[in-house]
Structure formats: C-alpha cells, structure tokens
Design a protein around this ligand. Structure first.
Ligand SMILES: [Zn+2]
Length: 468
C-alpha cells in the first residue's frame, strides 16, 4: 500500500506585536519556543535534504550568486536580538515558474525562478526574501510546533530523528506543489505573518531597500492568484490590510539609498530569458514521477516482495521522539515518514512512481481527529487512506482492544497491492490521544501471509508504551 501522508494541525499563536508609539516602528517579540536554535538547524537541514532531492534545484552560479548577494545583505541587517550564531542562511534557486519562495528553520531558503521573473524590480525579490528570512529569525517554524500538541511535537522530532534511507522514502511532494515534510514549518498563522511582514520591513529598510516593495510584491502575488491561488498565499495567509500596514510601517522607517531596480536585476532577468522556460511545479513533479530525473533527483527503488525474509522472532525496541516506545522484529528497518514511522523488512518497502510504498510491515503515525469519537475518527482515517489507495476495501467489523493502555479499535481491511497487484490485508489499530489527534498503527501483508503477520502485528501493537 501507499504510505500515509498526514499533516500536523497548525494552531494559531497569540499576537506578539506591540506598538510602542504611533509614529515609531513596531516593536517585535519572538514567540515562545520550547526548542533550541540547534533543533531549528537540525530540523531545517533534514527538510532541506529532502527538498533538494525532490525539487529541480538550480545549480547555477549566475542565479544563486545573485540571490546570495541580496540574501546576505538582508542577513547582515537582522536586528541583533534575532540573530542566532547556529543559523546558516543559504539562498538557492528552484527551476519552476510559480511565484514562490520558502525558508526552513535554521536558514535554508529556496526561491523559485518565477519569483525573479515576475517581480517588477529587485526590491520586490528582496521583499519576499526579507519576509521569509524573518520567519526563520523569529523561529516561527518551531514556535508553531511549540503551540501544537505534545504528541505532535514528539512526532516532529521523531520524524527527523528517525533514519531516512537513501532510496527516497518519504514523499516530499505529496499533492502537486505541496512540499510535504516542510509543511509543518511552512504554514504560518496570521499573527506570525504580520510579524514577518513587520520585521521584514525593518530588515529591508536597514539593508537599503524600500519596504513598500514588499507590500507591492504581495499585491502582485495576490493578483496572480486567479482560479488557483498560488502556494505562497496558502502558506502565508494575509492577516488583513497587509498592503496598508506595511506602507504605514515604511513611513516610520529610514530607508537606505539602494535603488529598487539595480543593473544586476536586469542582467539576471536577461540571463533567465535565454534559458528554456521554467516548468510549473506540477510539470516538474510529473517528470520526476515518470522517471525523467534531473539533477539531484532520486530514481524509484522498487520493493522486491519475493526477497522478504520471515519476521524475526527477536524484537528490537525503538523510542519514537519521546512519544512512544515500540518493539518490532529485529530484521525490520525504521523508516521515517511524514508524521509517521514505518518499520519494514528489506524488499518490503521502496518507492514507485515517486510514492513511498510498502508490501510488508507496519506504519505508525498520527492523524488529525476532529470527531472526538474513535469509531468515526477511524472511519475517516480509512476514508483518507483510500484517497491514495483507491482499491482499499470497507472494514467488516470493529473489535475493541487496547493500545498502550488506552481504549482502542482494531479492524482488518483488504487492499490490492500497488506493487504486485495481489491481494493484501491491512490491520488497522487506532486510539484517540484526546487532544485532537488519532494514533494509528497499520500492519500490511500479502493476504496469503496474513496468518503469520497478523500475530506479529498484534505483538508489535502490544509492545507500544506511550511516554505520557
Ligand atoms: Zn509568511
């Protein structure tokens, strides 16, 4: 079956802006954060590695050199209180045409080629970069996780602490243009958006850019929206009156002397116009799935179910991100996913057309549960699973059980394997964590081996102990 892709709920934070005086610049206080700056660096680097495998990165000194010059100029003007010596800011072009940019905790920033192509001047490029930089400097990605449930926090660490194998496990691009692993860090609350706008305008002014260019570029992005609003808009929701308050803030700032539109901007634009046009993110994703790999992409590594050894009778224990402890057959590997971890034997997992798939083993993870009723939540989760596994059957009946001392449900559903086309059985165990999240364990095995595997799944589920 295909591995599950879920997303951690984004919980909005309290507004941490405060006005000092009417005409003075707005004072900013970074939100509360349980993580250390070193955690930001670690999480961001892990996500960046996956991004680099999955997106068409530009290895082009003309483009990256230009982005770096703007970026470093902005970095030098981050206010002292928001500097973190651990952070390492990098600026990399991505060869896709949509206006978008994103930055990961600790400093890696990715800027779409379309961002440079559609900006009216360098100040607009700098505006988006200053906004992204501010999210990083204020540590919004991990601050957001601080606000999330204790389980979700453990999960994020678990997901990154787990081993990520070289075969491309972990579906970074889950739906078209979404960057899956980063999503937890990339969806910001409106309060954080306003902070990033305000700090971004301060950094711009200090670096000699006119903050009004940032207000203008947001307008451009919004106008681009049309039928399908670009990704940037959904990751950076408009707090309301964005254009107005940025312009108002700009009035309180001393802007340096650098012109919005430099000769360098024109040079890079001319250079880009001579390259073959950038594909859309969707086209780039399709090319990748079709195996037409470009630089840095990883080809499929298909499972080989015939090579799967019987589950070891010896078990090995794993601690998953301070969330739970679990024991699995010693010949199964730990594979970190998106809000989940999968344990599977050699040959029993891999990738197919860019999707993570497994034929033998267990996936354990957390899904959102808005129903507060275990049966309904489980039905909804199975329904969600069906989106990526269209031949998944209906659960016949539910049996009451326990997982880690919590009241749980168990059911079995049939599926047709994506890999072999054969029948497979999926054991589903669920328990509500009581904080809007559903803990699940999915055991997957070919139907003709289910007798052996169902006992193993049961033992694995029985070994689960929650940390709190
Ligand atoms: Zn933002």
């Amino acid at each position: 079956m295909r591995a599950v892709s879920t997303r951690i709920a984004t919980i909005s934070a309290a507004l941490v802006l405060s006005m000092t005086a009417a005409a003075a610049q707005t004072r900013i206080v970074a939100p509360k954060n349980k993580y250390s700056p070193a955690d930001d660096v670690k999480l961001g680097q892990e996500a960046a590695r996956q991004v680099e495998q999955q997106l068409p990165i530009m290895h082009d000194s003309e483009v990256n050199g230009y982005l770096n010059r703007i970026g470093q100029r902005l970095v030098e003007n981050i206010p002292a209180e928001f500097r973190h010596p651990e952070f390492h800011y990098t600026f990399t072009g991505v060869n896709v045409k949509e206006i978008n940019a994103f930055a990961l905790p600790g400093g890696p920033m990715f800027i779409n080629r379309g961002m440079i192509e559609k900006a009216h001047n360098e100040g607009e490029v700098a505006g988006v970069m200053a906004h992204e930089l501010s999210h990083v400097a204020l540590r919004h990605g991990t601050a957001q996780q601080t606000k999330a449930t204790p389980y979700a926090i453990g999960q994020v660490l678990g997901q990154v602490a787990g081993s990520i194998i070289g075969g491309g496990w972990g579906q970074v691009i889950s739906t078209g243009s979404q960057v899956g692993i980063g999503a937890a860090f990339l969806r910001y609350s409106r309060e954080y958006e306003k902070q990033a706008d305000i700090l971004g305008s301060h950094i711009m002014a200090a670096a000699g850019y006119d903050p009004r260019d940032m207000a203008n570029v947001f307008k451009t992005i919004q106008e681009q929206g049309g039928s399908g609003a670009p990704q940037w808009m959904s990751d950076h929701p408009d707090p309301g009156n964005r254009y107005e308050y940025i312009n108002e803030e700009a009035r309180a700032l001393n802007v340096g002397a650098r012109p919005s539109d430099t000769g360098e901007f024109q040079t890079v634009r001319t250079y880009l116009s001579r390259l073959s046009p950038a594909p859309s993110t969707e086209e780039a994703t399709k090319n990748r799935r079709a195996g037409r790999t470009t630089s840095g992409e990883v080809p499929d590594r298909r499972p080989d179910p015939s090579a799967v050894a019987r589950p070891d009778t010896q078990f090995t224990s794993y601690n998953e991100g301070n969330l739970f402890r679990i024991s699995v057959p010693s010949n199964w590997r730990e594979l970190a996913g998106n809000n989940s971890v999968t344990f599977a034997p050699e040959g029993g997992y891999g990738t197919q057309r860019g999707n993570s798939v497994f034929t033998h083993g267990m996936e354990i993870g957390i899904a959102r549960d808005e129903s507060h009723d275990l049966r309904t939540a489980t039905d909804e989760m199975i329904q969600a699973l069906r989106q990526s596994n269209p031949r998944l059957g209906q659960p016949a009946n539910y049996e009451r059980t326990t997982v880690g001392g919590r009241s749980a449900l168990h059911t079995t559903v049939s599926n047709v394997s994506d890999v072999t086309g054969g029948q497979e059985a999926i054991d589903v165990y669920t328990t509500a964590l009581g904080d809007g999240s559903l803990f699940y364990a999915l055991g997957v095995a070919p139907r003709d081996q289910y007798g052996t595997y169902s006992r193993v799944f049961n033992s694995v589920v029985n070994s689960i102990q929650f940390a709190r």
